[in-house]
Structure formats: structure tokens, C-alpha cells
Design a protein around this ligand. Sequence first.
Ligand SMILES: *Cc1c(COP(=O)(O)O)cnc(C)c1O
Length: 370
Amino acid sequence: MTHESPPRAWVEVDLEAIAHNLKMARQIAGEAQLMPVVKANAYGHGMEAVARRLDSEGIAAFGVANVGEARRLELAGLMTRPFILGPTLPEEREEIVRHGWGCTVSSVAEVEHFQRLGELCGRQVTVHMAVDTGMGREGFLPSELSEVAQLILSKDHVKVEGLMSHFPAADEDEGFTRAQAQEFASCAEQLRSSGVPLRYCHISASAGELVGAAKGMNMVRPGLMLYGVAPVPASVELRPALRLYSRVVLVRELPAGHGVSYGRTWVTPGSTRVATVGIGYADGWQRSLSGQGVWVYIRGQFCPMLGRVTMDQIMVDVTAAPTAAAGDEVELIGPHLSVQQVAERAGTIPWEIFTGLGTRLPRVYRSALS
Ligand SMILES: *Cc1c(COP(=O)(O)O)cnc(C)c1O
């Protein structure tokens, strides 16, 4: 580690694991194109590093959440075009048009705005029409499509390049998801027959792809699975790409009856060896993990976390690891502790644990984790 201030906590990322997971996503996707989703700093893994690693893997676009993220990819000098997944704000659109980034439209107002910007910038704007088949977050309603298609066909600066939608329950409701996929396919059919050429049709994120809900669509948008976590049982081997470490900063012996951390929710039942570890909720080690029977891994031993998570530190019972000392490495997510377990204990999902990992944590890239 070569950081000026010795880090108390850091994230290790294996970019080769992400490349492997992309290969697995491609295997399942068959002929379909891939749009790896790298929004939210590549789910905490570091957007530029991840995108650089995947840029030459023959992918169609990078999925991002906003213009700021698209700009970061642009500055990184990548070949692959960013695609803004969600609705865009009016003030984001000129930059989108000038760079030729991909984006969605969900309303007539957006189509008209892009037409005006296309004229202004002397550019043909390529958009993907979003259709709301059940997510309730963006898109035209299926019943509006044919009218909108006619409108778009009349706009000479707006060209529809694709149709997109999103599954709200691919991991929870097979019947609904199947019906939704059918409706999406018939929307695509309807648009094509009314003269809208669709180069790309896409509806699946990781779960939809893994449950095979969108056979016949020619693009998929894997996010979580690229980072090695399967939201539903997977038929392929995914490799976790991220480890979270901290270090012991202090070890003390506390006498019986001594409170540990805010609120004194935990009191030593007897003399206890307590380590203070340099990670807290400001790093994304969520406060909701307090009192949930969470363990960390120190010197080959699972050690229970004690009391509440504080902003910069947690306390851990190292009675099982009597030689633990200041400076020791502490695994919080890694080979012994999965992000799924952490998420469950925190009452949340792996996506939120990953994206909550703080900016204070240096990202360290290791090509082959042991
Ligand atoms: C975030 C996102 C994805 C990726 O989702 P995962 O579940 O992480 O695979 C795909 N599509 C859209 C529209 C998204 O917002």
C-alpha cells in the first residue's frame, strides 16, 4: 500500500474477476449485445478502472445514471459510448446531444426538446424509447406507443435506435415477468411494423438475464452480476470482485460491566479483549449492522462486532484471537464474509452495500486475488 496516510480501511478490486463475470454474462446472453452497467462508481468498484478494463471487450455501451457519469467516461478516453439509463433533466440534454451519448425518452416533451437541440447543434439525436411495462419509473405506456412512433418519425433530428424497459420483479415474480417480457416483445413488434427501425431491444438487468426472461431481446444490461453477485441462483460461476478490509487500531482488555459504544447497548459480561477497528458508517459500514450478530475476520478467527457502529470505528471482541494487535488486517467483506451476508444483516440488498462504500476508502486494484 502506498498511500500517504496509512489507510485504516480500503477496498480491493479484482478487475479480472469482473472481466470473467462479463464473459459469463456474454455466455448467457448468447447473440445479444452487452451494456455493462457502471453507474454509481461501478457499484463502488471504481468506474474508470472498471470501464477501462471492459472497454475492449466488444461491448455496445456503458450504462450510467446521469450526465456527470457519462462525462467521467468521456474524460477517461474510452471507445465505448455511455448510455444514460434513466430519464434526463432538461439541462443535461444539450451535452448528451453534443457528445452523441445514448439516452432514453419517455415523453413527447423530451422528444420535442431533443428535436430542437438536434436542430440547434446540427446533429441527429439517437434515442431509445422507454416503454413502461410495469416498473412505473420511466417510459411511455404501451397504449401510447403507436401515436408516439408517428410523432418521432416526423422529427428529422431524432432517430429511434432502440426500445427499452425494465423488470420490477424478475427475482420475485416469474409469472409477471414472463407476461411483461411478452408485452415488451409485442411493443417492439408494433413499433417495427409501424416503420420504426429498432436496432436494440433491451429489458433485462442481471436478474432478468439470469432467469432467462428476455430470450429474443438483442441487448442486456448486467450490473450486479458483473461484480460477482447473483441476485438469483445462477447457472454460471460468478467471481466476487470486491473485498473490504480495515485494520485494528487498538486492543484493550475491558473489565466486566463496561459499556461498549454509543447507547451502551452492549456491556461486557466479564473481562473482554476488545479491538477498535478503523472503519465506520462514514465508510459505508452501515449503522444498521449494529446489534445484528455481525462477525469480522481477524487472524484466522471470526470475531463478533460489539455494540453500535460509530462514524469511524467499530469495536470487536477479539477474545478468540488473543494475539490480535494494532495494525492487523480485518476482513469485513471477502472470502470469509460475503456481501450477501452483510446485506442481510443490515436489512438491505448487496446493491446498497456496494454503492454505500464511502469515498474515504481507497480502491486498490489487484489483478489476481489469492
Ligand atoms: C441499474 C440498472 C441496471 C443494472 O441492474 P442490476 O440489477 O445491477 O443488474 C439495468 N438497467 C437499468 C435501467 C438500471 O437502472
